[in-house]
Design a protein around this ligand. Structure first.
Ligand code: ARG
Length: 308
């Protein structure tokens, strides 16, 4: 589907979902109701109503076009009163057909939860709830290593550490907690990006010492891509990585060359209007596993709908 064919008022019919069971999909939400309406992170300060919706739609379409080259894109309708719903990475965390629905820390985003819940229910996923008392902000704060053996989960600004044990039980996966200490990098996906080939692109100063040690114990030196503060502040770690394609807002010449030499094809899509809300490329998509993988998965209890 080309962007000119997108009907921004209605989602892709559910019957069209997962056309090819082997293809991973990305969930996106058109920015027709996007705005910066409140301040819940440092990027939003001074930017209330300062983004251009026209430019945001243009930029989002460019991102949609870029990701459509490498993945199937599914859409959810935007909802009045939920301007941050464009950041679908925060809807929850999905793996093998199970979705842990986010429990947002800030009341400003809690109205998004039932809309995402309904979309996943209708699409046939198994849903798991995280209690309100243990905030969890989905794929924004929880990222699997590309080999799937470890789930890295951020905590501090948004997600609480108490949610991490529940995640461990749901997928029977090793969870490693990473403490985020810089308010600019309030979600894990703003400063940490596992890349295909077992690489990790990260901004060490966003983490406390113990977390940097945990990252470096898992990823050997030749697999670490350390980014500068300038690149990090341009949201380079907020990267969409599908196979060898890496899509980012912006990358420095040096880092672009380093990624290129490692075999990555780096695509830059300007996303200035979304940076005003504290998000960029990766925040605007949620990765969904291929339906084929659901069938193979046998390591969970589908009757456990509520994590305690
Ligand atoms: N304004 C949104 C918030 O503060 C931005 C979310 C960005 N999403 C992400 N996955 N980092 O919650």
């Amino acid at each position: 589907m080309s962007t000119s064919q997108i009907d921004f008022t209605s989602p892709v019919p559910l019957t069209n979902l997962h056309r090819d069971p082997a293809t991973a999909a990305l969930l996106m939400c058109p920015p027709t109701l996007y705005d910066v309406n409140y301040v819940i992170n440092p990027w939003m300060a001074g930017n209330v109503h300062a983004s251009s919706r026209v430019r945001a739609i243009e930029q989002w379409k460019h991102l949609y076009e870029a990701v459509s080259q490498v993945a199937e894109v599914l859409l959810i309708d935007p909802q009045p009163g939920s301007p941050d719903m464009v950041f679908t990475a925060n809807a929850g965390l999905e793996r093998n057909g199970i979705v842990v629905i986010s429990s947002f820390l800030h009341p400003e985003r809690q109205d998004e939860e039932p809309h995402f819940r309904r979309w996943f229910e209708q699409a046939g996923y198994t849903l798991v709830d995280i209690p309100r008392s243990t905030p969890f902000e989905g794929e924004g704060d929880a990222l699997f290593s590309t080999d799937g053996t470890r789930l890295w989960v951020g905590y501090g600004p948004r997600t609480l550490m108490s949610s991490h044990r529940a995640l461990e039980r749901i997928w029977n996966v090793e969870v490693a907690s990473l403490h985020l200490i810089d308010p600019r990098f309030y979600h894990l996906d703003t400063c940490f990006a596992p890349l295909e080939g077992g690489y990790i692109m990260y901004f060490p100063d966003a983490f406390d010492d113990a977390s940097v040690e945990a990252i470096e114990a898992f990823y050997p030196p030749e697999k670490r891509i350390v980014v500068s503060e300038i690149d990090a502040a341009c949201f380079v770690c907020n990267a969409i990585n599908i196979d060898r394609t890496v899509i980012v807002n912006r990358v420095s010449r040096e880092l672009g060359a380093q990624l290129g030499s490692l075999g990555f094809n780096v695509v830059q899509v300007a996303l200035s209007e979304f940076l005003k809300a504290g998000g960029a490329a990766k925040c605007l998509v949620m990765k969904l596993s291929a339906r084929e993988a659901w069938a193979k998965a046998g390591n969970y209890n589908p009757s456990a709908r509520t994590a305690s």
